[in-house]
Design a protein around this ligand. Structure first.
Ligand SMILES: Nc1ncnc2c1ncn2[C@@H]1O[C@H](COP(=O)(O)OP(=O)(O)O)[C@@H](O)[C@H]1O
Ligand SMILES: [Mg+2]
Length: 456
């Protein structure tokens, strides 16, 4: 008795569900928006019945996606936008195509201006639909920039195709074009976290131009670093043939103002065929993105400046950020021509962690305070053509034991300033005077800010 009832009930429910489904299918075309009509016309099929495939794109790769899609669209393709206000931002491609509440219309394309080099920008589609043909099959791709404000953490590409089998091949081709035609390759770029904690587009800087002659370090120090970072890359084929690994981790440590950043700038100017990603302080959190760029666009250098500032902070995992960095380096294949280049003013913060995970950093170089000889060279370098006598330079160097390279530079600047204020030609006398002033006990803090030893 009860069984019979249950069966009746089940039958009734099943009939009902079938009817709902049929209604839904009929209603599909009816609910299709004018925008959905345009997409359907291109596809030669009812777009509201086709599944949407979504591909996420890191925001700093949006320019590459834009270039690759424009290339794939070629002559025959076209681009349409979506009319309407904020609402369209919150809808997926499927809801833009078919929607009982908002009849989305074709409209103007939205663009944003994105950097694609130190001095170049590109107008990139931030919301628009490419109507194109790939291997004789029509496709529509909705391209959208990340919009943390509306909850979109990454840029997306949403693809609908009349022939569903073509979508994977299309995306594969698109990804390889994004690498081939990328604006990131061989550039010097940095990544910044946004206020939402996500990652915004890339910022490009001109490749530095710092010659070896501009850096004053004890004999052999610069050579050692250059040889490890640039030399290994230069001999990549021989090393690979001999089964040796290419990836390398380099740590430059020493007090502030001794030339670590300057050395990095020199390396960047030498490694002209390398892609360089610069991360400083908080942006070191974006190490995963940087590693991905480094892996994709080899040869490459990931620079992690002043890593001690964030090394022990926790970010996305329970372990300190420094470990995340070391793990990223670990995760790279041995034959990846990638250098992780780290600098720190406080090596003691890193040492225990690095010692506990041996092998990640294969070269640690101290960039110490300059000795007497280096101080003389520094003063000479920053004096340039100024008429200081050898004796004045030697005695200034002797009087500034414990200061850094940046101190020497500032000393010369002050001497020039003192001469200019007195409307005199700069001379030894000015050098002596400013040195006396800075060494005066009341200037202790200034001295320290300029990089003199605290005990001085
Ligand atoms: N070894 C050096 N040789 C030449 N200039 C130096 C040296 N050290 C410091 N300087 C000068 O001081 C500035 C600051 O040095 P920087 O490389 O930024 O120091 P840090 O070691 O803190 O990274 C440099 O841009 C340069 O003008
Ligand atoms: Mg620095």
């Amino acid at each position: 008795m009860t069984d019979e009832l249950d069966e009746d009930l089940l039958r009734a429910v099943s009939v009902y569900l079938k009817r709902v489904a049929a209604d839904d299918r009929d209603a599909g075309a009816a609910r299709r928006t004018p925008l959905g009509d345009a997409v359907s016309t291109h596809l030669g099929e009812d777009a509201s019945l086709i599944a949407v495939v979504t591909e996420s794109v890191a925001d700093h790769r949006l320019v590459d996606a834009d270039i690759a899609l424009a290339h794939l669209a070629g002559q025959g393709g076209s681009l349409i936008g979506v009319a309407g206000g904020d609402q369209r931002m919150h809808q997926g491609f499927a809801e833009l195509i078919s929607n009982p509440y908002a009849p989305f219309q074709p409209g103007p394309v939205d663009y944003i201006e994105r950097a694609c080099g130190p001095a170049e920008t590109r107008r990139v589609v931030s919301m628009g639909i490419w109507l194109l043909t790939f291997e004789d099959s029509p496709l529509a791709v909705l391209q959208r920039a990340a919009s943390p404000r509306t909850g979109r953490d990454t840029a997306t590409l949403e693809v609908v195709a009349a022939d569903n089998d073509i979508v994977s091949a299309f995306l594969e081709r698109l990804r390889s074009l994004m690498v081939e035609m990328s604006v990131l390759r061989r550039k010097v770029l940095s990544l910044q976290p946004t206020e939402f904690g996500h990652q915004a587009g890339a910022t490009f800087t001109a490749r530095p131009d710092v010659g070896a002659d501009q850096i004053v370090l004890a004999d052999g120090v610069l050579d050692e670093v250059v040889c490890h970072v640039i030399g290994i890359g230069r001999h990549r084929d021989e090393l690979q043939r001999a089964g040796q690994h290419l990836k390398r981790g380099v740590l430059l440590y020493g007090p502030p103002g001794t030339g670590k950043t300057l050395t990095i700038r020199h390396l960047a100017s030498q490694a002209t065929d390398s892609t360089i990603v610069l991360l400083t302080g908080q942006s070191i959190r974006l190490i995963a993105y940087a590693t991905e760029i480094a892996r994709t666009f080899q040869p490459s250098i990931v620079v992690l400046e002043d890593i001690d500032l964030v090394a022990m902070e926790r970010h996305s995992s329970p372990q300190p950020l420094l470990f995340e960095v070391l793990e990223s380096l670990d995760g790279l294949e041995g034959d990846a021509d990638v250098t992780f280049l780290m600098t720190t003013n406080r090596v003691e913060v890193l040492e225990p962690a690095l010692a506990g995970r041996p092998g990640r950093v294969d070269l640690a170089v101290e960039i110490p305070r300059p000795g007497q000889h280096e101080r003389e060279r520094l003063l000479r370098r920053y004096a340039g053509e100024l008429p200081f006598s050898d004796a004045a330079i030697t005695s200034a160097a002797a009087a500034t034991d414990g200061v850094t390279g940046s101190f020497a530079k500032e000393l010369v600047r002050r001497a020039v300033l003192a001469a200019a204020s007195a409307e005199e030609q700069v001379s030894d006398a000015h050098l002596v005077r400013v040195l006396d002033e800075i060494m005066d006990s009341r200037q202790q803090l200034t001295r320290r800010m300029l990089g003199a030893d605290a005990e001085q």
